[in-house]
Write a protein that binds this ligand. Structure first.
Ligand code: T3D
Length: 265
């Protein structure tokens, strides 16, 4: 599979997608969206991958929408494109693909994550950033609202006061502060970043994949369900997972005092 704006690498059960327009801080073009869609569909349908690492090439993670992309131009100088249409076409499907992928996802935030780039980092299950990286809701600087899920992720994770401050002031939020506030899982010293991401990916790739995916679904449902209904839903997930090979292996390994060998089934 050959792409121009991203790379997709498979190393046994670890998949790695790298946003690959370093000169433009990996900002999104229509082509990049199309290639990402294709890569994520491929991972969903036909690979043995059990974890996805999403990262950026060069010094940035992703600077959001490429503001010079022809997709943003109207048919002539007087008209503009309906941005809502681009959200529907590109950004919403991207977030939903990440949130429904059949494997856990790690955002390896190697540098600035701005605009939709910040949102995409948060749409992954576990977000780990270099200590030197930062998160920036750049939207207000160009007269927009945070999109790609940021108005959903930010207030839920860091509370309304911080979410509104971050969104309105559009300042860079250092990764260490983002971790302290609970926006992301972890900020890691730059020198230790690659090793940390590799070991996290390795760890997740050997875990009971189905249980991790159901955990994501269950946690998300818990954000809006009543306690009573959530308890019902938990019972359904437990029924499903209790019949899985990985559950049987997990219990067997525990009883035999050995490390389980999960297969993701
Ligand atoms: O389609 C829709 O529905 C609309 C969707 C919108 C979603 C969004 O994401 S809107 C938000 C778009 N993003 C931004 O507004 C961020 C713009 N970028 C910046 O503010 C800064 O680049 C950063 C704060 C992220 C980083 O600053 P710095 O000083 O480290 O780097 P730089 O010099 O500004 O950028 C380096 C290069 O990348 C530069 O190119 P050049 O001049 O060397 O050829 C710069 O123009 C380019 N670049 C960075 N961000 C974008 C970009 N080019 C196009 N679009 C970008 N978003």
């Amino acid at each position: 599979m050959s792409y121009q704006t991203i790379t997709l690498a498979l190393d046994n059960s670890i998949a790695r997608i790298t946003l690959n327009r370093p000169d433009k801080l990996n900002s999104f073009t229509g082509q990049m969206h199309a290639e990402l869609r294709d890569a994520l569909d491929h991972l969903q349908e036909s690979t043995p991958a059990r974890v996805l690492v999403l990262t950026g090439a060069g010094r940035g993670f992703c600077a959001g929408q490429d503001l010079a992309d022809p997709d943003l131009q109207g048919v002539d100088a007087q008209t503009t494109t309906d941005l809502g249409h681009l959200v529907e076409k590109n950004y919403k499907p991207l977030v939903m693909r990440l949130q429904t992928l059949k494997m856990p996802t790690i955002a390896a935030v190697n540098g600035i994550a701005a605009g939709a780039g910040a949102s995409i980092a948060l749409a992954c299950d576990i977000t780990v950033a270099k200590a030197s990286a930062s998160f920036m809701l750049a939207f207000s600087k160009i007269g927009l609202i945070p999109d790609t899920g940021s108005t959903w992720f930010y207030p839920r994770r860091i509370g309304m006061a911080r979410a509104l401050g971050a969104a309105m002031l559009a300042e860079k939020l250092p990764a260490t502060k983002a971790a302290e506030w609970g926006l992301i899982w972890q900020a890691v010293e730059d020198e230790a970043f690659d090793v940390r991401i590799a070991s996290l990916a390795q760890q997740l790739s050997c875990m009971p994949t189905k249980a991790l995916v159901c955990t994501r679904e269950a946690m998300r449902a818990g954000m809006t369900e009543t306690l009573e209904h959530q308890l019902v839903l938990e019972g359904r997930w437990m029924s499903e997972l209790g019949a899985s090979q990985d559950y049987a292996e997990g219990v067997r390994a525990f009883m035999e005092k050995r490390t389980p060998e999960f297969k993701g089934r």
